[in-house]
Design a protein around this ligand. Structure first.
Ligand SMILES: O=C(O)CCC(=O)C(=O)O
Ligand SMILES: [Fe+2]
Length: 370
């Protein structure tokens, strides 16, 4: 069955299908369809223990309920790696403040041998997370590091499934990654809420955007609706949360190296109604090696797969910013530019030259970031 590009819901793939040689081809076929026509999918029965998901989700209210000064002690501006805590309304998408509060946390990485003066500045982007004090949320760090490792395993496996679905060898995308211990992937633990009607700055939980990298694995960690994705004719389609099910989507980087076969699909999150409980979500963004220049890699896809792209129709307008002009830069530089634009306060402190380049008139006021 082929999904029409003007989808009205996103497809659900069952990870259990991969366990048997009889059903595996069906999974690969469905993944191909989701890659080319939709750009989003639900993965049910993922190889992440339900107990681990429950454990992580149970920490979220406690994490965000920490006294403001404990959270502010972990503020992102402390970190040249753009890892740490951001207050509600600090991050911007398309120049509008997002109504979310978040902790940016990454997979563990020994940063000692990464960046020294004289090396490319983007190597500084990867480094240690700022974790809450153990006595503030006992056990959280241990549980979350285990969770990240489990999603990282899934992400490595999924890259191979994507390669296969597009007619490449299973290791056909391996060139975009360094050895596993040299890679860092990022995650965010986020809470989106509008405390009272008076404080409503926008109903933008997260503004319309594309993800930048290869694969994103999103855990919607409360039962709020809000995530929406844009189909080919520009309609916003709901992607409601489903327990123990991941939402997986494809970023601009993957779209670019697959000659547009894999769709990066525009998406946004509507903030919950004022006065309701917060919406929690945990995206995991798979990184690629920092020195890779995507435009230098030309992959050979079978003609019968390339043909499928022509059959899906042309994309209408989207509401999102585009990243593709950066494909000739090292991927780490592209990530750094994106971080500078979305967190100018961190950039001003740690990357003053880049800050001046992107904000020649100084710190942006509301609506001018990008
Ligand atoms: O919170 C969500 O459900 C999605 C967030 C998102 O799209 C992002 O952080 O890139
Ligand atoms: Fe996103």
């Amino acid at each position: 069955m082929t999904t029409v590009a003007n989808f009205t819901s996103i497809p659900t793939l069952n990870y259990d299908l991969l366990a048997s040689p009889d059903t595996r081809p069906s999974f690969i076929q469905q993944l191909q369809d989701a890659l080319i026509n939709v750009g989003f999918l639900y993965l049910e029965h993922p190889p992440i223990p339900a107990s681990l998901i429950d454990e992580v989700v149970a920490y979220l209210p406690r994490l965000f309920a920490l006294p403001q000064e404990r959270k502010d002690a972990l503020r992102m501006a402390n970190s040249p790696h753009f890892l740490g805590y951001s207050r509600l309304g600090v991050e911007r998408t398309k120049g509008v403040a997002d109504q979310r509060e978040q902790f940016d946390l990454a997979t563990p990485l020994d940063a000692d041998d990464r960046w020294t003066p004289g090396k490319p500045e983007y190597l500084r982007l990867w480094g240690p997370s700022q974790w809450p004090e153990e006595e503030d949320v006992p056990g959280f760090k241990t549980a979350f590091v285990r969770y990240l490792a489990a999603v990282e395993n899934l992400s490595h496996e999924f890259v191979q499934l994507v390669a296969e679905s597009l007619g490449l060898a299973p290791d056909g995308l391996a060139r975009f990654f360094d050895a596993r211990e040299r890679m860092q992937h990022r995650s965010k633990v986020q809470s989106s809420s509008i405390p009272t009607r008076d404080e409503v700055a926008s109903e933008q939980g997260v503004g319309p955007h594309f993800d930048a990298g290869f694969l994103t694995f999103l855990l919607q960690a409360s039962d709020h609706p809000g995530l929406q994705v844009q189909n080919l004719s520009g309609q916003w389609i709901d992607v409601p949360p489903r327990p123990y099910t991941f939402v997986i989507n494809f970023g601009k980087g993957l779209e670019s190296v697959t000659q547009g076969l894999a769709r990066a699909t525009s998406h946004r999150v509507l903030a919950p109604l004022a006065g309701t409980s917060p919406r929690y979500s945990i995206p995991f963004f798979q990184n690629i090696a920092q020195d890779v220049r995507l435009s230098e890699h030309v992959l050979e896809f079978p003609p019968e797969v390339l043909k499928l792209k022509g059959q899906r129709g042309k994309l209408g307008q989207t509401d999102s910013v585009n990243f593709s002009e950066y494909d000739s830069l090292p991927s780490g530089q592209v990530s750094l530019i994106n971080r500078v634009k979305s967190h100018p306060d961190v950039a001003e402190k740690h990357y003053p030259d880049l800050f001046k380049q992107f904000f020649p008139y100084g710190m942006p006021t509301h609506g001018t970031a990008y």
